[in-house]
Design a protein around this ligand. Structure first.
Ligand code: GRG
Length: 296
């Protein structure tokens, strides 16, 4: 199967799993259920869940075991986009090619939809996969911790706080740290969760974590380059915002050409990490190549 077919196949699996995970009316009030679905089903790339499933496969595991974590991470990612777009944060009106949730449902409902998605993510990981096998229960608990840490104050929320407070004062190292938390942490957690749920040993999990850290950095560098070069229609969000807001971006710090070269270097380091653990012959490097060659 070529990469395109692989990504399509995994994306389809993720879409149908996501269809099943959101709480429905009447338990979840219809207005809130609709708001959660609006953003979740707006057609993101599903990079994080696909990376999670590919990591489970890379260690020889059953990707069905990783699907609840894969979906949970997409719920968390979607919540972060909803909250990031709020007037109090990035104040954006377009996301995933649609008006942002607060534009169509109001700020209050957008905040609650984000809260609902975040909380449901942890309910899902606690609930599934349904098993009484003590080894799998232990993996689930470990993954809940990995995802909570990545999403929380020392991960994504912390990165967002740095971005919200004084991003213009950051030097290159500060920018790398901020993005490592804001964007990189959840990408790493996606890969680690998949490797853990797939039953990977410590060496395999560590190698996948190291590779995913490189993927996270490459993802952010390319995101910044696309923000400069891309068209809003293709990106599905407002292009050029970061540069216009005076935020330090990789192209601003290093130029577009060097930024693209830096993303390619991330892939080289990821390759080396996976080769050391004999995991290079998996879909993970294909996903890395997708990250640096993507156009949206
Ligand atoms: C509000 C706690 C909180 C955190 C927000 C992730 C984030 C933190 C903000 C998003 C701002 C942003 C555009 C960051 C650049 C990298 C990024 C996460 C892009 C969006 O991810 P994609 O490209 O989106 O994977 P899709 O829509 O394809 O899922």
């Amino acid at each position: 199967m070529d990469l395109r077919a692989y990504l399509e196949a995994r994306r389809a699996e993720v879409e149908s799993a996501l269809e099943r995970v959101l709480p429905q009316p009447p338990d979840n009030p219809a207005v809130l259920a609709d708001a959660m679905r609006y953003s979740l089903t707006a057609g993101g790339k599903r990079l994080r869940p696909i990376l999670c499933l590919a990591s489970a496969e890379a260690v020889g595991g059953d990707r069905a075991m990783a699907m609840p974590a894969a979906c949970a991470i997409e719920l968390i990612h979607t919540y972060s986009l909803i909250h990031d777009d709020l007037p109090a944060m990035d104040d954006d009106t377009m996301r995933r090619g649609r008006p942002t949730l607060h534009v169509v449902a109001g700020e209050g409902m957008a905040i609650l939809a984000g809260d609902g998605l975040l909380t449901e993510a942890f309910a899902l990981m606690a609930r599934e996969p349904r098993t009484s096998d003590a080894a799998v229960v232990a993996r689930k608990l470990r993954v809940v911790g990995v995802v909570a840490t990545a999403a929380g104050a020392i991960g994504m929320v912390g990165g967002q706080a740095i971005d919200l407070s004084a991003p213009a004062t950051l030097d290159a190292d500060g920018v790398r740290v901020m993005h490592g938390k804001k964007t990189g942490a959840l990408i790493r957690a996606s890969a680690v969760s998949g490797a853990v749920m797939g039953g990977g040993d410590d060496d395999a999990v560590a190698a996948i974590d190291a590779a995913a850290a490189e993927f996270g950095l490459a993802f952010q560098i390319v995101d910044d380059v696309l923000d400069v070069e891309g068209a809003s229609a293709e990106l599905g969000k407002t292009a050029g915002k970061d540069a216009a807001a005076g935020k330090p971006t990789y192209p601003a710090l290093y130029g577009v050409e060097r930024s693209r070269a830096m993303a390619a270097e991330c892939l080289d380091r990821a390759t080396a990490a996976l080769e050391r653990a004999k995991l290079a012959d998996s879909r993970l490097l294909d996903i890395g190549r997708w990250i640096i060659t993507r156009s949206n």
